[in-house]
Design a protein around this ligand. Structure first.
Ligand code: SF4
Ligand code: SF4
Length: 490
């Protein structure tokens, strides 16, 4: 199949060898699980259990009450110890609503429905099963998958793309899943194709994963509408829009969805979760996580219950060879610093990467030398040096005019910058500031709207009072006139 070249991109040392040959191992049961109610894009789930309740594995703990949200389930059987705030697995470390579950070590499932043939279900029934299972994009995007599977109602879709690129250095969890559970992933892909009613599926795997390519090719042989495509190893190949462009040559317009050009993209681990949910009724309560980096004693790929503390994963991998300079969730290009190793693994966590000072090689920034390396590396066709200059000078609108909102924060520009200008930090700062300003403007507009509504309401009340008084006066006058008439007649 012909592939299309995308602009920009970089070739960081992928360091996948550290964990690529480590088969997926189940983690021992943790002492406590902390299960955040917001592990996805959208509104947090609402608890349906109380402190003290005993729950079974797979039982619903919190339900999604909004269109964009995802349900949360018990990863094992045990008792609810608390429903309160706990440190978020996010760089801010700010507290978020979290359910604490103490495992009883029986690991007893709820009564699961009998296995069904997904192809006998209606399209809406499939989408509902995916929503009920609380599945979100497992490549890190965490967008509720049921919403994406429902896109056929609004868009003319023809292709499902499966993202098995895993272009971030160090991460090997998708690679191992494809090697070890290719048949289950393929079943999930067929179910998603059916739900989306698309003509074909393209499974994209970078050419640095030959075993995964072979496993997926073998699993898909006999399904002529499903093709496994060997894509070049080039970061950020796993970016949704760039992957679509590589496979089809079609560019997704700025701030549009790939669905606008008829294509839906899901991660291969999401396809695996869809197989579990639709065929067997099993909710999303665990995932595969790569624990790697130069500071890790024994890098591994672990099958982890959602809510397991990051510290348990580090301990299981033998702790540190040396004190890491950074511990990240996700890869080193787009991952986020973990605020504390007590934070739990959530549905979008694909890696815990502990990097040594040598690996991060942070050097002091110097003035920009206008070499334009960052321009050449940007896969989105932006001019990072100019955007950063605007952001640094507080000219946020100027940065927006240059395409700040199209920046996918891939870090390619910063990776090639010889002056070590912290370009992505400028972009993240500017985006954060813009969000705060938008929120403040929204709040101001909302306050004004409420004040106007109140003024209108008070005016209505005054008018109603005046009218009532007028009516009472008229009634009194009418009665008085009637009484005078009666007196005259008498
Ligand atoms: S790569 Fe760095 S030094 Fe070169 S133009 Fe961009 S910001 Fe300036
Ligand atoms: S971080 Fe943004 S500006 Fe830099 S290369 Fe990636 S998309 Fe371009």
């Amino acid at each position: 199949m012909k592939l299309f070249k995308i602009r920009g991109g970089v070739h960081p040392d992928d360091r996948k060898k550290l964990s690529a040959n480590k088969a997926i191992e189940p983690m021992p049961m943790p002492k406590l699980l902390r299960i955040p109610l917001q592990q996805h894009i959208g509104a947090p789930a609402e608890p349906v259990v109380r402190k003290g309740d005993k729950v079974l594995k797979g039982q619903l703990l919190a339900d999604s009450k909004s269109v964009i949200s995802a349900a949360v389930h018990a990863p094992t059987s045990g008792q609810i110890m608390a429903i309160g705030n706990y440190m978020a697995p996010h760089p801010s470390g700010l507290p978020i609503r979290t359910i604490t579950l103490k495992p009883d070590h029986d690991d007893r499932w709820i009564e699961l429905p009998a296995e069904v043939d997904p192809f006998t279900l209606t399209l809406d029934e499939i989408v509902k099963r995916v929503a009920d299972a609380g599945i979100v994009g497992m490549g890190g995007a965490t967008f509720p998958s049921a919403v994406k599977l429902g896109l056929r109602k609004r868009y003319e879709l023809h292709t499902l793309v499966l993202n098995g690129a895993e272009c971030e250095p160090y991460l090997t969890c998708d690679d191992r899943l494809m090697r070890e559970q290719a048949d289950d992933i393929l079943d999930g892909i067929r179910i998603m194709m059916h739900a989306l009613q698309v003509e074909q599926a393209l499974i994209a795997i970078e050419n640095n994963k030959p075993e995964a390519l072979a496993a997926m090719r073998e699993a898909s042989s006999g399904f002529n509408k499903i093709k496994v495509i060997n894509v070049p190893t080039r970061y950020p190949m796993g970016s949704e829009k760039h992957l679509v462009q590589t496979l089809t040559g079609k560019e997704t317009p700025a701030r549009a969805l790939t669905a606008d050009i008829g294509i839906v993209v899901h991660n291969v681990a999401t396809a695996h979760a869809v197989h579990d949910a639709v065929r067997f009724g099993r909710p999303l309560i665990s995932r595969v996580v790569t624990v790697s980096g130069g500071a890790i004693q024994q890098p591994r790929n672990l099958h982890v219950l959602i809510g397991t503390p990051v510290q348990d994963l580090l301990d299981y991998c033998g702790g540190f060879l040396e004190q890491p300079s950074h511990i990240l969730s996700g890869g080193p290009m787009m991952g986020h610093p973990i605020p504390d190793t007590k934070v739990p693994v959530i549905k979008g966590f694909n890696g815990v990467i502990a990097l040594t000072a040598k690996e991060t090689a942070i050097r002091p920034p110097m003035p920009c030398i206008r070499c334009a390396n960052c321009v050449t590396a940007c896969p989105c066709g932006l001019v990072p040096l100019e955007m950063a200059a605007r952001a640094r000078n507080g000219d946020l609108q100027g940065a927006v005019d240059l395409g700040l909102m199209d920046c996918i924060a891939c870090g390619s520009c910063a990776y090639v910058c010889p002056a070590h200008v912290p370009l992505v930090q400028y972009f993240n700062y500017a985006k954060g500031e813009l969000t705060l300003r938008q929120r403040a403007e929204h709040k101001q507009a909302e306050t004004k709207r409420l004040a106007e509504q109140r003024a209108v309401r008070i005016e209505h009340q005054k008018k109603a009072k005046r009218e009532a008084m007028m009516r009472r006066r008229q009634e009194a006058a009418r009665k008085k006139a009637a009484a005078q008439t009666t007196e005259t007649e008498v």
